[in-house]
Write a protein that binds this ligand. Structure first.
Ligand code: ZN
Ligand code: ZN
Length: 426
């Protein structure tokens, strides 16, 4: 009896803890089937980066139907909605990326994509193989819940539907960087931004996050090595660019192993392509290497870049050759502002349940949400999309990638409650 009483008390206590939210439970229940329907429609009609024309039209029509002020054509195909609450306050931005990938879908689903498109001169399948269809549908759901409950909002909510997260086609600008350039975080000025990424290998109902550097800055680099051509039997008559390349690769890895404080954050340098020479008995004139750098800390990123720029020409010079290096930014560090994370964690724990909000390791993959976080404090987290019990979930960007849409409603709740709590506390 005592035990039963205690169980009842604990149950009541936890019920009351959960009900301290915004009282939108009915609204969430009503929106869930719509979110799933939108997601399936978008999944079946995917569009590649910077070509999200129909997706953008659907989003804009939905936002307009809710009375939300809409701007289209932002960073090519982006859509931005501004919803003013019933009283003035801060501005919070919520971001969903909307683009799909050149992948042929292999799943057997009623809403499977059979779409094909042109990509770099080739015909390719198009699939939402990263789950951006779910992000789009979730944010459309959040917009509807919030527009219908404006009286609960103190301040303004900006809905950012972003194109080209996977990267614009060569020669084009796009994605978060272009949105920031076009002033998406201004007028009204954004005080904080939230975003999520669905994950095919995290169970439905679970949210994972990391404070600080959560995903890496991705940079690419090109190294040109110049030597002197000679007969393969007479290396003393030339300068061997292949040998110099080997020394450079060795040197670069030494920056990681001997000069980088790896207990602070992880860092990666990878040479992924090397091209030189034509024949077994010719020492060629030049070599070219391509690679990637991943860092999770701004100081480490600067230091690593500087050391690479110094080391590459110096090593080549030491062996009688010449080398240049060019480093290009692809995305910045997805840096979750620690103060914002600790302030907002109780909200996530309330909507998902404390045990379902889990801290995770940093990811050396990259995300262009980082460009928003470079301008304003932001919090980007991962939402479970794996059917519980699935022992062989497929990773993102593959033809078998699958998201269980019973996980989407938690995303709607999380983004809505984060916005309300952030605005109403300010
Ligand atoms: Zn992706
Ligand atoms: Zn993605």
């Amino acid at each position: 009896m005592k035990n039963i009483l205690r169980t009842v008390c604990v149950a009541l206590l936890s019920l009351s803890a959960f009900s301290q939210g915004s009282g939108l439970d009915e609204a969430y229940a009503r929106i869930e089937p719509k979110v799933i329907e939108w997601r399936r429609d978008i999944h079946q009609n995917p569009e590649l980066s910077n070509r999200e024309f129909k997706t953008a039209e659907k989003i804009a029509a939905h936002l307009r139907s809710l009375g939300i002020e809409v701007q289209t054509g932002v960073a090519h195909t982006g859509v931005v909605g501004v919803l003013k609450g019933s009283s003035p306050g801060k501005t919070v931005a919520l971001r969903a990326d909307i683009d799909a990938l050149p992948v042929y879908e292999r799943n057997d689903l009623p809403f499977k994509s059979t779409v094909t498109s042109e990509f770099l001169g080739e015909t390719v399948g198009v699939m939402h193989a990263c789950g951006h269809d779910t992000h789009t549908a979730i944010l459309m759901g959040v917009a509807e819940v919030m527009a219908k409950n404006k009286d609960k909002i103190k301040g303004t909510v900006k809905f950012i539907f972003q194109p080209a997260e996977e990267g614009p086609p060569p020669g084009e600008e796009g994605g978060a960087l272009l949105m920031v350039k076009e002033g998406v975080l201004k007028n009204p000025d954004v005080d904080a931004i939230f975003g999520l990424h669905i994950n095919s290998q995290t169970p439905v109902g679970v949210i994972r996050y990391k404070s600080g550097g959560a995903m890496a800055a991705a940079q690419s680099f090109t190294i040109h090595v110049k030597g002197k051509q000679s007969h393969g039997s007479q290396p003393w008559a030339g300068v061997d660019p292949i040998l110099i390349s080997a020394k450079i690769i060795d040197g670069l890895q030494t920056i990681i192993s001997r000069e980088t404080e790896l207990t602070n954050e992880a860092a990666v340098i990878t040479v992924g392509k090397i091209k030189s020479g034509v024949r077994f008995n010719i020492i060629p004139e030049s070599a070219e290497m391509l690679g990637t750098i991943r860092t999770l800390d701004y100081g480490m990123k600067d230091k690593l870049n500087k050391r690479m720029m110094d080391m590459v020409p110096t090593i080549a010079k030491a062996y009688g050759g010449e080398a240049t290096i060019e480093i290009r930014d692809a995305t910045d560090i997805t840096y979750n502002d620690p103060k914002l994370v600790s302030a907002m964690l109780p909200t996530l724990e309330r909507v998902a349940g404390e045990d379902n909000v889990q801290e995770q390791k940093a990811i050396t993959g990259a995300e262009d949400f980082s460009y928003f976080q470079r301008e304003v404090p932001g919090f980007f987290f991962f939402l479970g999309g794996m059917t519980p019990g699935n022992t062989k979930p497929f990773p993102h960007h593959t033809p078998d990638f699958f998201i269980d849409d019973s996980g989407l409603i938690l995303g709607v709740k999380a983004l809505t409650e984060l916005s309300l709590d952030y605005l109403n506390r300010s």
